[in-house]
Design a protein. Structure first.
Length: 65
């Protein structure tokens, strides 16, 4: 689940309530977000791309296309 899908699901749950599948999807999105947050400090040293890993991280975070 990408960032936009997670936000859309959160908005759906907020407006319509949730089903059990929604809970599983939100838990998956939360795990992915926690992993991104834990990895973030590794990629934000100024001027370094870490062999393309920073760009890959930015894509997973939904910050670049």
């Amino acid at each position: 689940m990408n960032t936009k899908e997670a936000i859309a699901l959160a908005n759906k749950v907020d407006s319509e309530g949730f089903e059990s599948a929604d809970v599983d999807a939100m838990a998956e999105a939360l795990r992915a977000f926690a992993l991104l947050v834990n990895e973030a400090p590794n990629y934000f040293h100024p001027g370094y791309d870490f062999d393309g890993k920073k760009l890959e991280w930015l894509r997973r975070a939904g910050l670049v296309a």
